[in-house]
Design a protein around this ligand. Structure first.
Ligand SMILES: Cc1ncc(COP(=O)(O)O)c(C=O)c1O
Length: 378
C-alpha cells in the first residue's frame, strides 16, 4: 500500500479528491490469487474498476477478463487489436467471458462476430442468443446460496438448480453448445460454505447433464473472494484450501476451472485522499465536510454496502465525528461515526482498501467530477 508521505505529496501535487492506484499491489494480489488457486484461470471482473491502466496491468500478467458490457469488452479489446486475427480470436475464446446473463439484442449482434463465451440463465436468453449470436459459446449461470455475503446477487441471477439441465437441453435444441456452468456466491463472501454448496450443486449438474448426453467442460466459480477489510475476514489461504479441496474431489482434472475475481484483486490497491472543506457541529457532533463523498469515490457506501474508515495524516486526541461529502444531499454522508483528531479546513483525510466498486460508480452529481486518478508503480 502507498505510504502516507507519498499520499500527502500526491495530494499536494495533484489536488483532491484523489484516487491512487498502486500497481505493485495489483500484481501482488494477482500473484496471491494464482499461488493459492494454481488450477484456476483468473478472469479479472472489469466492472470492479475498468480503468484501462488496471486492465493493462492484468493483461501484462497474462490475466483473463470477465466483461459485463460492450464497453468493457472494448476496453479489453484495445490490448489485443494489434494481434493477428487468429491470436485475437484465440484470446477472446480463451481469455474473455461475457458474464452478464442478460444481454441486449444489439450487444448480441455485435458480440456474435467475436464468438465469445457468454453466460445465460433462462430460456428467453437462449432464444435471443440463438437468433442474434449463434456463434457464441454458452455457460449456464446457476443460482447458489449467497448467505452472509456483503453483496447478494442470487435474487437477480442464476437458474434454479432443478431447471439447469433443462436449460442445457434448451440451448442444445436451439443449436447452441453449453461449455459449462458458472455461479457467484455473492461479493465479499466470508462464508466458505457458500462455495462448498455451490460446488456440490455444480457437480450434481455435471453428473445429471452427462446422463442426459451433455458433456460439460468448464466450471466458473465466479467472484466473491473477500478483501481483507478487517480482522474478521477469513484468511484467503484457508478459504482457497477449502475450495481447492472440494474442486479436486468433485471435478476431474480435465475440467477447466475459471474464476472471476474482482474485489480481491483491486480493493487493497486503491487509496483515496480528500480534503476538509468545511466544519460544523451537527446534532451535537462535530462534522467534517470533505471534497469526496458517496456520489463519488465513496459510492461503495451506497452501492456496495461497504464502510470505509477515514484516517488523518495528523495526530492528536481523537473524538467521535461525522464525515459528509460535498453535495447538497444529506444522503451524501460517508460516516456518522469516525474517530478523528481536531482538524482544520484544508487538512487531508485518506481511506485505504477503497479500490473496488468505488471510482467505478462515481458520478458528476452536483457538478462535482469524479476524483482524479493517479497510478503509482505502474
Ligand atoms: C458475474 C460477476 N462476476 C464477477 C464479479 C466480481 O465479484 P467480486 O468482486 O466479488 O470478486 C461480479 C460482481 O458483481 C459479477 O457480477
Amino acid at each position: 500500500m502507498v505510504n502516507q508521505k507519498t499520499l500527502l505529496d500526491l495530494a499536494k501535487k495533484h489536488g483532491t479528491p484523489l484516487f491512487v492506484v498502486d500497481h505493485d499491489e495489483l500484481r501482488r494480489n494477482y500473484a496471491t490469487f494464482k499461488k493459492h488457486f494454481p488450477r484456476v484461470q483468473a478472469y479479472y471482473a472489469v466492472k470492479v474498476n475498468s480503468d484501462p491502466a488496471i486492465v493493462e496491468t492484468f493483461y501484462k500478467l497474462g490475466g483473463s477478463f470477465d466483461v459485463a458490457s460492450m464497453q468493457e469488452f472494448h476496453t479489453v479489446y484495445q490490448f489485443i487489436k494489434k494481434l493477428s486475427a487468429k491470436a485475437r480470436q484465440d484470446f477472446i475464446w480463451d481469455k474473455i467471458i461475457y458474464a452478464n446473463p442478460i444481454k441486449p439484442i444489439e450487444t448480441l449482434h455485435e458480440l456474435d462476430r467475436y464468438r465469445p463465451l457468454v453466460t445465460y440463465d433462462n430460456v428467453e436468453e437462449v432464444k435471443k442468443i440463438a437468433k442474434h449470436a449463434p456463434h457464441a459459446g454458452l455457460c449456464l449461470r446457476l443460482q447458489v446460496p449467497n448467505t452472509g455475503s456483503m453483496v447478494e446477487l442470487s435474487s437477480k441471477f442464476g437458474s434454479p438448480p432443478g431447471e439447469a439441465v433443462d436449460l442445457i437441453q434448451a440451448a442444445h435444441d436451439h443449436g447452441l453448445v453449453v461449455e459449462g456452468v458458472s455461479f457467484h456466491v455473492g461479493s465479499q463472501c466470508t462464508n466458505p460454505e457458500n462455495y462448498v454448496q455451490a460446488l456440490h450443486l455444480s457437480a450434481n449438474i455435471f453428473n445429471e447433464a452427462k446422463l442426459r448426453g451433455f458433456t460439460l467442460k468448464l466450471l466458473d466459480i465466479g467472484g466473491g473472494f473477500p478483501a481483507a477489510y478487517d480482522a474478521s475476514v477469513p484468511k484467503f489461504a484457508s478459504l482457497a484450501k477449502k475450495i481447492n479441496h472440494e474442486i479436486d474431489r468433485l471435478f476431474p482434472a480435465d475440467i477447466e476451472i475459471l474464476a472471476e475475481p474482482g474485489r480481491f484483486l483491486v480493493a487493497s490497491a486503491g487509496t483515496s485522499v480528500c480534503k476538509i472543506i468545511g466544519k460544523a457541529v451537527r446534532n451535537g457532533k462535530l462534522g467534517y465536510y470533505v471534497d469526496d463523498g458517496v456520489y463519488h469515490t465513496y459510492s461503495g457506501v451506497i452501492f456496495d454496502h461497504c464502510t470505509y474508515h477515514l484516517q488523518s495524516f495528523k495526530r492528536g486526541a481523537k473524538q467521535l465525528c461525522a464525515v459528509f461529502g460535498p453535495t447538497c444531499d444529506a444522503l451524501d454522508t460517508i460516516s456518522l461515526a469516525e474517530h478523528l483528531p481536531d482538524l482544520d479546513i484544508g487538512d487531508y483525510l485518506f481511506s485505504e482498501n477503497i479500490g473496488a466498486y468505488s471510482a467505478a460508480s462515481s458520478t458528476h452529481f452536483n457538478g462535482f467530477p469524479p476524483a482524479k486518478v493517479v497510478h503509482v508503480n505502474r
